[in-house]
Write a protein that binds this ligand. Structure first.
Ligand code: 5RP
Length: 248
């Protein structure tokens, strides 16, 4: 993990943000400044950290006349792109992305990630897998030695709604502790942008996530996992002391 040099961020932008939000902002700004160039197709991830990345991108588009096409990973990302007056594209019109910038729930020392805390893992993985570079942006609380040591809510798994019960039984047999994710108001299950359910499955600390992911993907009806293994090329972490560190 090394320190990264970055442009001065004005107090005005940081005003009113707590330490964690400031760390997210710094990581997001550093990633956008270091990885986005004129003429690129850029994947826009989901979550609270990505909000700052989109704000910075919009600022650079205004100040530097940067021309970029943004590919969303969720309904939230799509709205962010539009609200910030960026150019919205899609994967079928723009199948090759130069870079995707996304948040994470946990990042291991090997740069493996758990994502899907916001329920957008499937589209996030599709977009990331079509990008030349996946850049992760996060605050210091996401840094872990091994997956499962910091993020205690379990691995998010996107499943077909019609078969979540048999899938949960299979997950239990594999030694996991599955929980069907409920919507915020607890009125019913959390439904993804693709119309599926999310099961969060706790497997404890995972030293061999690749093996586990293969087992999970062999379950019919389990559409995608929140493991992003060997996909990211670099992670930017905003730290408590105001610095930004990178891992690659
Ligand atoms: C959404 C995600 C997010 O990127 C992840 O949950 C991190 O979110 P935040 O930036 O709010 O901490 O994977 O599905």
């Amino acid at each position: 993990v090394v320190d990264v040099k970055m442009a001065e961020i004005s107090q005005e932008v940081l005003q009113g943000l707590d330490t964690v939000a400031q760390a997210k902002l710094r990581a997001a700004y550093a990633a956008v400044d270091n990885h986005v160039k004129d003429g690129q197709v850029v994947g826009i991830g989901s979550g609270s950290t990505v909000v700052f990345a989109v704000q910075r991108l919009a600022q650079r588009v205004r100040d530097e006349n940067l021309r970029v096409i943004c590919i969303p990973t969720s309904f939230q990302a799509r709205q962010l792109i539009l609200e910030n007056k960026l150019v919205l594209g899609d994967l079928n019109a723009n199948p090759v992305l130069d870079v995707a910038i996304d948040g994470a729930d946990e990042v291991s020392a090997q740069l493996d990630c758990i994502k899907g805390g916001g329920g957008c893992l499937l589209q996030e993985k599709i977009v990331a897998s079509n990008a030349d570079q996946l850049i992760i942006i996060a605050d210091y609380s996401k840094i872990a030695d091994y997956l499962g040591s910091v993020w205690k809510k379990g691995v998010p798994l996107e499943v077909i709604a019609d078969c979540y019960v048999p899938i949960m039984r299979k997950l239990e047999k594999m030694g996991g502790k599955p929980v069907l994710r409920m919507a915020k108001a607890k009125a019913g299950p959390c439904v993804t942008d693709n119309g599926n359910f999310i099961v969060d499955c706790d497997f404890g600390v995972m030293q061999e996530p690749a093996k586990l992911e293969q087992q999970l993907l062999s379950i019919p009806g389990l559409v995608e996992t929140g493991f992003f293994l060997q996909m990211a090329v670099k992670a930017y972490f905003g730290m408590q002391d105001g610095s930004v560190k990178t891992l690659d």
